[in-house]
Design a protein around this ligand. Structure first.
Ligand SMILES: [Zn+2]
Length: 320
């Protein structure tokens, strides 16, 4: 045994892997695009390749890793290693035995957990949440995910806690990807913002968002494209981000009113890309909605950045 652990952050657009030593230091990393065809089997094969790349960078074979942790989207059964309803991955609605498939290919133990929960636990253990015993993580990306640490322990509820993206910020409001109306994600999720930008473009609004997308050789409005458009003061990008920030302010403040956590950590693709100035604006947008306004929680950007999910996944291996 090398004492090294592997971590995998399985996302809709990329697979990020790390190898970590006993002191939680990252000693190898690799990243590849998530296959968009071929279903779960193709994704599992790409995970193996990406992990082997990170292991090679750390000069170990996958079989000599103590184990590999995987943060996965969708409904994750940690006991059986089965993942289903991972809807932002290709053809992944039906249950697929991801854990057993990876164990067979990598010849080491594989532990799975929900990707957002893994990210928040990483921030709690090693990142922006280190000093606190209660924490709300908000992952502002394609959707808006959330995770909770209460009294020093992850709070999973009955398995579905932390779905802050589906806090209702406007009754009868915009249609969300979940089918309901007025969810925070329907205003702040990158997918919802892109859908609205496309609609407004068709209706004749001017924007450079899609020009930047083509320049960057992308087919979706990824976080970096929003960041570039904001830098150019693109009016539509500015308006949609303002709208997102207002929704985030209302939703996060409502969660804080209920839970009174010590700290809020904002991560996710947009959260980490737009960074501190925008997190400051979310904090300001929360203000008017906070019940105990004179004692707001500490708010910061996720400290582990792009690697947070994979680092958190590697931590799963050591967990009793
Ligand atoms: Zn929703």
């Amino acid at each position: 045994m090398s004492g090294l652990r592997g971590g995998v952050d399985l996302g809709g657009t990329k697979i990020q892997t790390v190898t970590q030593d006993e002191g939680d230091k990252v000693v190898g990393e690799a990243r590849r695009p998530t296959p968009t065809t071929g279903g779960p089997q193709a994704v599992a094969e790409e995970i193996v390749e990406t992990l082997l790349e990170a292991a090679t960078a750390a000069v170990v074979e996958s079989s000599s890793l103590v184990g590999v942790g995987v943060g996965s989207p969708g409904a994750v059964d940690s006991g059986s290693g089965v993942v289903e309803a991972a809807r932002n991955l290709s053809e992944w609605d039906a249950p697929f035995p991801l854990g057993p498939t990876l164990e067979a290919a990598l010849d080491t133990k594989v532990v799975l957990a929900n990707d957002v929960q893994v990210g928040i636990e990483a921030e709690f253990a090693l990142g922006a949440g280190r000093e606190f015993s209660s924490l709300l993580g908000v992952f502002w990306g394609t959707g808006v995910g959330g995770g909770l640490i209460l009294d020093g322990k992850p709070w999973l509820g009955r398995g579905a806690a932390g779905e802050i993206g589906h806090m209702v910020v406007r009754r009868g409001g915009a249609r969300c990807s979940c089918g309901r109306l007025g969810c925070m994600e329907a205003y702040a999720g990158r997918a919802a913002m892109e859908a609205r930008a496309r609609k407004l473009l068709k209706e004749g609004e001017r924007t450079e968002l899609f020009k930047i997308m083509k320049e960057r050789d992308r087919t979706r409005l990824q976080s970096g494209i929003w960041a570039r458009a904001l830098k150019r003061k693109d009016p539509l990008a500015v308006a949609l981000i303002d709208r997102a920030i207002k929704a985030l302010g209302a939703g996060i403040a409502s969660a804080v009113n209920l839970l009174d956590v010590e700290a809020v950590v904002i991560g996710g693709g947009l959260g980490t890309r737009l960074g501190a100035p925008y997190v400051k604006r979310i904090e300001e947008a929360m203000g008017p909605h906070l019940f105990v306004r004179e004692r707001p929680p500490a708010i910061s950007v996720a400290a582990l950045g792009d690697l947070g999910g994979a680092i958190g996944a590697a931590l799963l291996v050591g967990r009793p």
